[in-house]
Design a protein around this ligand. Structure first.
Ligand code: HEM
Length: 154
């Protein structure tokens, strides 16, 4: 394997020749890209955060609810980078659904939050249909998470 990482001309090399050093040897950029989390992995994390967000808001722990809305936003921004084909839908989803949910958390407004949460969930499931995953219909679990304090904080 040709060691190319320290050459100043790396930007001129074909993509499949570019490598980066790791503790156990060189990896090509293509190999590194393959190791990034895919849509399923990112969405599984989105689902976890979305569930906990709802119950944090219902418990009145608005800082925690806002934290989970921001986690969803951050995960979806990462998804936009690794899967650009979703970037338009994700940007619209952020503006039309994530921003209002976050605003409701900031205002500690239960009714507005519940409406924003339901509208966002409906839109997410519509997007699953659009992207040929109609069998993925997210629903809020009946049970609150047991690993977090959900009641309002002083
Ligand atoms: C709060 C909003 C959302 C929730 C709770 C949610 C939830 C989920 C869940 C639980 C999965 C299955 C993950 C797994 O494999 O375990 C999934 C998959 C998926 N979601 Fe979402 N989602 C949301 C928003 C979106 C948005 C905005 C898009 C926009 C494109 C999207 C596109 C997809 C796609 C394409 C898959 C299939 C994954 C694959 O191809 O492997 N989702 N979603």
């Amino acid at each position: 394997m040709v060691l190319v990482t320290h050459l100043p001309t790396i930007g001129l090399m074909p993509d499949d020749a570019k490598t980066a050093p790791t503790k156990r040897g060189e990896l090509t950029l293509a190999e590194i890209a393959e190791l990034l989390p895919g849509t399923g992995e990112i969405m599984a994390s989105v689902g976890e955060c979305w569930w906990k967000c709802a119950y944090a808001a219902r418990g009145g722990n608005w800082q925690l609810a806002a934290y989970f809305v921001r986690r969803v936003r951050g995960l979806q921004r990462k998804l936009s980078v690794v899967r650009p084909k979703y970037s338009g839908d994700l940007a619209a989803f952020e503006e039309e659904h994530i921003d209002p949910a976050l605003a409701a958390c900031d205002a500690k407004d239960q009714r507005t939050f519940e409406r924003a949460f339901a509208a966002a969930t409906d839109k997410a499931n519509e997007l699953h249909v659009k992207w040929a995953k109609s069998y993925i219909h997210w629903t809020l679990p009946d049970e609150p998470p047991k690993d977090l304090e959900l009641s309002s904080q002083p």
